[in-house]
Design a protein around this ligand. Structure first.
Ligand code: SAH
Length: 358
């Protein structure tokens, strides 16, 4: 009997993944007036509702009908770590199917920024990255990317003004959901975060960089470079075998031409691997002709890998040499290194502790 019931149960839809127009259509089909859909959208995307019961300006009857057809998928806070060094916070969420994702809140003088994950795990396999170790579990739905931001706003009661898509996963490997996320997070009916305050980082999936440049967005593209030649890049990033460095750079140039947004290049500094004088020269040759910015990230040591970061002094020397060559460069300030660092290490620790790789 129970089995029969569950078989007959209609598929419940992930309500938070519908955009403003789609939700209006859905709610219209239920026979409700358009303002009801506006109220529901506001509960979901502005007031970060976690359940239909909270939507107190809707009748109990409507709330019940909503929960028959739709769901706000469970996303449970499993752990919250607060850095004593710089007030950076890390959040580990458990999704409805047991997958774990992490998000980071960084407080800056210009506002609060959230670093979101775009996938549970990642299949890009970058050698120095903790998220690559267990491989890809699955793509995140638009609602699962959005609600990382909503949940953090609700938990901290602080407004988020900036987004970086630099958590676990490769956003351009989950293209449709990622693009929908950008549309919805910057939509006036939702959090209305300015696209100019959003940066998305990619390891360089060329066809999707091209697609992204045609979306009409004003977001900043960050390109993970990490190696100053095709050969060095291949050693650190398997994806480089698929897309040649010159092709990737050309796609970045096109992105700048189409959007007018200057591309940021990211370069994880790894001692003895990519921090030598010849790297300065090669990097200069790549970046000098381009209107761009270079972000050096001293590599976060990952337990399972033996890469080390150069000491502060040597990182500074590397940066100064590039600056002298006329490159627009910064060293990314390390944040929250006392709380499982950046880069998927909290999620990783959980996976290691319970023997699974979620
Ligand atoms: N898939 C996207 C987003 C990844 S995370 C991409 O590849 O760009 C954002 C940045 O952190 C990327 O530049 C990534 O290469 C870098 N990163 C990953 N692991 C790191 C580590 N252990 N130390 C320093 N940077 C790391």
């Amino acid at each position: 009997m129970i089995e029969l019931e569950s078989m007959n149960r209609k598929e419940v839809k992930d309500i938070c993944s519908f955009d403003y127009e789609e939700l209006a259509e859905e709610i219209g089909i239920l026979g409700e007036k358009p303002f009801r859909s506006r109220q529901i959208y506001e509960w979901l995307h502005r007031k970060s509702a976690d359940s239909f019961d909270e939507m107190t300006n809707l009748s109990r009857n409507l709330r019940e009908r909503l929960s028959e057809t739709y769901e706000i998928r469970k996303m449970e806070l499993v752990e919250r770590q607060i850095s004593k060094e710089d007030s950076t916070e890390k959040f580990l969420f458990e999704l409805w199917d047991g997958n774990m994702i992490e998000s980071v809140l960084m407080r800056h003088p210009y506002g609060n920024s959230v670093c979101v994950s775009s996938q549970a795990g990642c299949r890009m396999g970058c050698r120095f990255c903790a998220s690559a170790i267990g491989g890809l579990k699955r793509n995140l739905s638009p609602s699962e990317i959005l609600r990382q931001v909503y949940r953090i706003q609700r938990i901290t009661k602080e407004r988020v003004s900036h987004i970086v898509v630099m958590g676990t996963g490769e956003p351009l490997d989950n293209y449709e959901n990622f693009v929908r996320f950008i549309r919805m997070i910057s939509d006036e009916h939702g959090l209305n975060i300015s696209q100019r305050n959003i940066t998305a980082s990619t390891c360089g999936i060329v066809p999707n960089i091209k697609r992204l440049s045609l979306e009409g967005f004003q977001i900043t593209l960050a390109l993970s470079l990490h190696g100053s030649s095709q050969e060095k890049r291949e050693r650190l990033m398997p994806v480089a075998r698929q897309y040649e460095l010159q092709e990737v750079l050309k796609a970045c140039d096109d992105y700048f031409k189409k959007t007018g947004r200057r591309v940021t290049f990211e370069y994880s500094l790894i001692e003895g691997v990519n921090d030598r004088t010849e790297d300065v020269q090669e990097l200069t040759a790549i970046l000098k002709p381009r209107n761009c910015h270079l972000n050096l990230i001293p590599v976060n040591p990952v337990r399972e890998r033996d890469y080390r970061k150069p000491d502060r002094k040597n990182a500074g020397i590397f940066k100064n040499k590039l600056e002298k060559n006329g490159i627009n460069v910064t060293i990314r300030r390390e944040r929250g290194s006392d709380i499982d660092g950046a880069c998927g290490q909290l999620r990783r620790r959980y996976a290691a502790a319970d023997g699974r790789t979620r």
